[in-house]
Structure formats: C-alpha cells, structure tokens
Design a protein. Structure first.
Length: 500
C-alpha cells in the first residue's frame, strides 16, 4: 500500500509540476466560467531544458493541427513536424505551440470578432443575421458572437497555465503570437488588436473576410476593414501576417485582403511589421495551410526580418548569359548589404517578355508584400517586336502602379531602369543601328515621363550601354546582352541615386 501511495504522489507531482525538457504533445482540459471545459494541447520542441527560453504560439482549431487520423477530413496542418524541421534548421527560435480546440457548431460565434458585430448598424445586422441563419440547420438558434470571452480565456487562463508548466516560456508580448486560418484567421488579428499586452504578432491565413459564405450584399468585409482602420495603432507596432490563395473558398479573399493591405500601408506599416502573401493557386484546405505554414512561421517568429528586393523585368533583369552572381540585381543587392543588412532577391522576369507578358506573369505569381524595394526594367521586347510606343505607355503605367503596391505604397522605394541600346552589340551588326537607337530613346522617354509623373526614381543606364569598352566581359558571350563589367557600371550608376 505504501508503494502505491508513493507512486500516486510522484505521479501527481510530475503531472502538475513544471515539465523540464518535456517534448511532444500533451493534452489538458481547462475550465472557464464563460466557456465551460475546453481542450487544449501543448506541443514542446525536442531537447528543451530549463535554460531554453521559449516563445509561445497560440493556434486556433487545435483538433486540426497535429493528427490527421483523428480529423473529420483526414487532413492536418502537420504543425509538430514543421516546427521540428524549422528548429532543426535554426530557421526559427525555440517555440511552444498551444492548440485550442474549437467549439464545433459554435465555432463561427466563438471566432467572430465580437466588437465588429456589435458595431454593425441595424440594417447591416439584419442582413448579416439573414445570411447567417441561411447557413444553420432549421432547428438551430441564431448564435451571438462571444469572441471577447474566448480571447479573455486565452489571456487570463490558457497562457498563465502554460507558464506554470513551462516557466522558461517568455511572458512578454514580443515573444507571444496568435494564429489561425479562415474564421481562425479573423480571430487571430482580432485577438492581437484586443490584447496587445499579451500578443506581439498574429498570423491570419486565408482570412475569412466575408465572415459568411458570400460577398453579395454582405456588409461584413467593409465592417472588418473599418474596425482595423479605427483600431490599428497609427505607430507601426507588432508583426501582422496575412495570406490568401485564389482557389476554392479562398477565391473570395484577394479583393478584400488588398483593401486591408491598403489600410496597413496608409497607417505606415512596412516590411518590418507586416506581410501579406498572395498565392494564386492556394486553396482553402489544411493541406494547403500546411504547405504555406513554414514561410509564415519564419517571418512571424523571427524578430529580425530580412530586407527583400523585388526585381521585375525581362532578360536584362535575369542576366541572360551571365551567372547569378554577375547579374546587376545581385551585384546591387550585395552592395546594399555592405552596411550589415542582408538583402534577399525575388525576381520575376523572363527572356523575351513584353510589358503585357510581365503583367500576366504577375497575375499568376506568388508574392509576399510589401517588399523593401522594387525595380522595373521592361520594354526592349516591345521595341524589338515593332510595337507602338503609346500602348507601351499604358501597359507600363499599370506595371508601375503594381510596383508601387508591391512596395506598400512607398514610392521612394520603387525605381525604374532605362532600356539599354542593343543596337551597339555584335548581334545587331547587320541591322539599322540608328533606327534602333531612335526607338530605344522613344521608349525611354516614355519611361522617364511615367516615372516622373508617379514620383519615382528613374536611372538612365542607356549611355553606359552605348559606351565602348576594352573589357573582355563588357558584352556577354551571346553578343547581345551586357556582361558582368557593364552590369557593374549599371550598379554604380544606380547607387548614385540609391546608395543603400
């Protein structure tokens, strides 16, 4: 009997005491008067000890995070595998994950931003209730959102409990994060706004801006936007991550995500505080959120955000016939990095592209806004194919507006580079070089005018391209494109205007 009591006492001690070095998933049930008894799961990384400080990530829909064999659709986020992999690569700091089970049929009411609902006009409320009731079973009553109770539960019950189990977990907002998808994505940014003393970052994937299942005569997206406009701090603070696909239910989101992006940009949020990722082929499934999760976590959980440069264009931008390190974009990013900030380049360009082809490619591209800097060099293939200048102006104007948007509206971070004169290269030996030069100048004048009209920097590298040089690598081996030395000269010219 003594032995039994000894083991019982030891078992209770280890169950209720802080767990040092505990890894894997542990399940608990927590009581809260306003919610009843709720399930949570705590995932801890491998090889943690009392000396390891742990960040905390709270995720909605806990039953969908870890084990696809127990979910309704046999899918999961694979959170444990992804976190393990990212930490093994040292891509993110050690972080606990807290999965919160949702309330089944009350999930929408639990995750719906309560104050947004309460601030609807009478007419808006009638329409929302009409749309909401259409999604319910005939025997179900119309629920009232209670997300304030839910976010209070996280702040007042869940996190304090986690701290008793893991005393080495950070208790500061800059190390606490909240995330979710769909309705959970709405709840994530709402919890971040309502409890800035708890959360310093939020991750809203496939944010369900309609709130319901239609955009037709639906006041909710505008109401969510209005709430963010009113309550988002005007001094940029915290980390706000959003993403959206454009397939299945996600097809409802890009339009309103773009409007929310505009709110963030207008309030001065930039790449250090905000990222919105667009994936046109992304869908509204756990498998898709699992695929998109690593990029989201790397951005959200790291305090230091990389400097990111988006280069748009054609063969000159990809450095046709030179190595990656010899491209002018790569050389430029390296020169910008001399002050200690490392720049990461995203290139959307292809040999032969015209303005309309670049625009179409951008419609299909995976992009993560805002970028720290955006460049645009396009038009030589319009000229080569004998196209008129005025259609180029119209298409260029559209690309410029997109580039400004990709920079989060910060025009000072967007620059245009003039079209080099290919008529001076060996490739053009038997062509009308004078005519080519005249046409290139016409196109560049249009680019210069549009850059000036939009208040953007325009860097004229065309005189460099016409310069004669004895350097063997001034022209690339294809006899048409610039070589490494010419691209280096371009970089020096660009850095006269944009040194760092």
């Amino acid at each position: 009997m003594k032995l039994i009591w000894t083991w019982a006492i030891l078992g209770a001690f280890f169950w209720f005491s802080p767990i040092w070095g505990q890894e894997g998933i542990r399940h608990f049930e927590l009581d809260y008067p306003q919610l009843g008894t709720r399930k949570i799961a705590i995932w801890a990384p491998k090889n943690t000890s009392s000396k390891d400080s742990l960040q905390v990530l709270v995720l909605m829909d806990g039953q969908m995070l870890f084990d696809g064999t127990t979910t309704w659709n046999q899918q999961e986020w694979r959170v444990d595998e992804i976190m393990d992999s990212l930490m093994l690569q040292k891509a993110i700091p050690p972080t606990l994950v807290i999965g919160l089970w949702h309330a089944e049929k009350q999930r929408r009411a639990e995750y719906f931003p309560q104050k947004v609902y309460e601030q609807l006009s009478r007419e808006e409320l009638v329409r929302v209730q009409e749309l909401w009731k259409a999604t319910l079973d005939p025997s179900d009553q119309m629920p009232l959102p209670y997300s304030d109770n839910f976010t209070d539960w996280i702040a007042q019950k869940v996190l304090p409990f986690v701290y008793t189990q893991y005393p080495n977990a950070y208790r500061t907002p800059q190390h606490n994060f909240v995330g979710g998808s769909s309705m959970g994505g709405l709840l994530a940014w709402y919890a971040h706004l309502e409890h800035p003393e708890v959360f310093g970052g939020s991750m809203s994937m496939s944010t369900h801006w309609p709130g319901l299942y239609t955009l037709d005569n639906n006041p909710l997206p505008a109401a969510f936007k209005k709430y963010l406009e009113k309550n988002l701090p005007t001094t940029p603070v915290g980390s706000w991550y959003f993403d959206t696909g454009n397939q299945t239910l996600d097809a409802l989101y890009p339009e309103w995500q773009a409007q929310v992006d505009q709110v963030l940009a207008t309030k001065g949020y930039g790449p250090r505080h905000w990222q919105s990722r667009y994936e046109p082929k992304g869908a509204h499934t756990e498998k898709d959120w699992s695929r998109r999760l690593p990029a989201a976590l790397v951005w959200l959980l790291n305090a230091e955000k990389p400097m990111r440069y988006l280069a748009l264009g054609d063969s000159y931008t990809i450095g046709e016939s030179v190595t990656f390190d010899q491209r002018w974009t790569t050389q430029l990013a390296e020169r910008w990095s001399t002050n200690g900030a490392k720049w990461k380049i995203t290139t959307i360009a292809k040999t032969g592209w015209t303005t309309d082809e670049l625009n179409q490619a951008l419609n299909e591209a995976d992009l993560a806004l805002p970028y720290d800097r955006v460049s645009l060099l396009i038009g030589v293939n319009n000229q080569y194919r004998g196209r008129e200048v005025e259609p180029y102006r119209m298409e260029l104007n559209g690309l410029i507006q997109r580039a400004i948007g990709y920079a989060g509206g910060r025009k000072q971070e967007v620059f245009l580079v003039s079209i080099p004169d290919w008529g001076v290269t060996p490739f053009a030996e038997n062509r009308d070089k004078t005519l080519i030069a005249q046409q290139i100048d016409q196109y560049n004048e249009v680019m210069h005018q549009e850059a000036k009209a939009h208040g953007l920097n325009w860097i004229d590298i065309t005189p460099i391209s016409r310069r004669k040089s004895d350097q063997s690598d001034w022209i690339a081996t294809d006899g048409l494109h610039p070589g490494p030395s010419m691209y280096q000269a371009w970089v020096e010219k660009i850095r006269e205007i944009i040194p760092q």
